[in-house]
Design a protein around this ligand. Structure first.
Ligand code: ATP
Length: 238
């Protein structure tokens, strides 16, 4: 289980996250929704070690992972698929994937070859592009490459920052199916941050709602989908 306790983050002098409490249990997809600027990306980036929290702590299966740099955090089992995919356009698809395991914190026993095979089994469409440059892929394929790169480290939990951004509805469906596969077949916990609230609610087991750097509401998918405030603010229900 991932446990986030009382987590606060400052960027410069400005406090962006205010005492966040959040849990992800084994076998769960947890979605975090909220308006632009609510702090969702800052939360994921803090969990991934890109920002150092000013207060609070994060544990993964009981082991503290907060306060360490990102390459250390990934070695401890948490992978981030960042907003905007951030794949390397001038590297091949295979090189992009291999970068997912580029950290001295991986033990010898971690097999690059085995993990590559696992990722390609999940995204067979990437196979024919292995030696093509990442920049030549379509938006959907680039998103799959970014998720595949995250999975290369064999994480216990994977965090996805707006994977549906800019993608056609059919491709969004495919990505959501991939998330179910990650949960059910790989047994990996998932945190999904989405502006596309309908998509987020489709696959989530539980949902947290953020506003101005705070969690203002959380519950099961059904509780959040049926909440009148969520319906009017995010689902266009009058
Ligand atoms: P979006 O969906 O637009 O990405 P978000 O919920 O992910 O929104 P964040 O990107 O985490 O929100 O931003 C939260 C707040 O922190 C915003 O007010 C933003 O302006 C501020 N912020 C984020 N990153 C920085 C930074 N590097 N420097 C200064 N302020 C920042």
């Amino acid at each position: 289980m991932l446990k986030v306790e009382n987590l606060s983050t400052h960027i410069g002098n400005i406090q962006i996250l205010h005492a966040i409490n959040l849990e992800v249990h084994s076998g769960e997809i947890v979605s975090v929704i909220g308006a632009n600027g609510a702090g969702k990306s800052t939360l994921l980036n803090t969990l991934a070690g890109l920002y150092k929290p000013s207060e609070g702590k994060v544990t993964l299966h009981g082991e503290t992972i907060s306060g360490f740099p990102s390459h250390h955090v990934v070695g401890k089992g948490l992978a981030l698929v960042p907003e905007g995919r951030q794949i390397f356009s001038n590297l091949t698809v295979e090189e992009n994937l291999r970068l997912g395991m580029y950290s001295k914190y991986f033990k010898e026993k971690e097999s690059v070859k085995g993990n590559l095979e696992k990722v390609l089994e999940m995204f067979p469409g990437l196979k024919k592009h292995m030696h093509n440059l990442g920049g030549f892929l379509s938006g959907g394929e680039q998103q799959m490459l970014a998720i595949g790169r995250g999975l290369m480290s064999n994480p216990k939990i994977i965090l996805l920052d707006e994977p549906s951004m800019g993608l056609a509805p059919m491709i969004v469906n495919e990505i959501l199916e991939n998330l179910k596969y990650i949960k059910e077949q790989l047994g990996t916990m998932v945190i999904l941050v989405e502006q596309n609230v309908k998509a987020a609610l489709r696959v989530a087991d539980r949902v947290y709602v953020m506003d101005q750097g705070k969690i203002i509401l959380n519950g099961t998918r059904d509780e959040i989908s049926n909440n009148a405030n969520v319906q009017s603010a995010y689902l266009g229900v009058k």
